[in-house]
Design a protein around this ligand. Structure first.
Ligand SMILES: [Zn+2]
Length: 247
């Protein structure tokens, strides 16, 4: 099945029901996890996936709440007796990601996190805003302010976009314009910004994630509709999922 699942809709804040940022994308039989914040490893297990099932991790930027579960994920990959990893893990990120991942692994040593070359970690540094996995071309532009990269792709005639960490600015409006479904960082921006973004971009479905505060979906939808927004805003929970239709 082709679908998007929000593994984590929270932030650095420790909460019972919201893990830090992570989106699981399953299309054409491949799995891509966009961001890997605290709790992602456990969420992957809850989604009935094995360590090997995750072949591609894309990092929006190198902030703790977007990458920290790479450590327990690799540790389990190396040392688990019930689910050891055997396949190559690909990690994609912006400039500097190779050295960042190398430093992260060297903090504990390769024997701890990439044991005995049982599997390989291949880090792909993306300098030119685009890369391909399988049949899918991903657009990976910088969205300020935190050297953060959004992720955008087409599937079966529809456009999908994730913002990672983003503030409200012109680049974000351009990035989201006329997208069919977007998962946006709604925690760093105000309710007014969310409404404005919906009106200006007319994204058909906006999934609000990376929540630093609880949002009132009803009020947001009402306010946006009054301003001429024709789509729908959804306040996400962990494991919120939507199928990607194939025409
Ligand atoms: Zn963040």
């Amino acid at each position: 099945m082709n679908k998007i699942t929000l593994l984590g809709t929270g932030t650095c804040q420790i909460q019972h029901d919201r893990m830090a940022s992570s989106v699981l994308l399953e299309i054409d039989g491949m799995r891509v996890v966009y961001d890997f914040g605290r709790g992602t490893t456990q969420q992957i297990l809850k989604a009935n996936l094995k360590n090997d099932d995750v072949e591609h991790i894309v990092l929006s930027h190198f902030h703790t709440d977007h990458i920290s579960d790479i450590i327990p994920f690799l540790h389990a990959a190396s040392w688990s007796q019930i689910d050891p990893r055997t396949r190559t893990l690909n990690i994609y990120g912006g400039l500097g990601v190779k050295i960042q991942i190398m430093r992260l692994i060297s903090l504990f040593g390769p024997e701890e996190l990439v044991r005995d070359e049982r599997f390989e970690v291949v880090v792909h540094e993306i300098p030119d805003e685009e890369f391909v996995i399988g049949k899918t071309r991903f657009y990976f532009p910088v969205l300020p302010p935190a050297n953060n990269h959004g992720l955008k792709f087409e599937f079966a005639g529809r456009t999908y976009a994730f913002t990672g960490d983003s503030h409200f600015h012109e680049q974000e409006v351009d990035f989201l314009k006329d997208v069919d479904l977007a998962v946006i960082d709604s925690g760093h921006i105000t309710d007014d910004n969310i409404v404005e973004l919906a009106v200006l971009t007319q994204v058909k479905t906006i999934i609000c994630s990376h929540l630093y505060r609880e949002l009132n979906g009803e009020t947001l939808n009402l306010r946006a509709a009054q301003r001429g927004y024709r789509g729908k805003l959804v306040v996400a929970r962990d494991f919120f999922a939507c199928e990607l239709p194939v025409i």
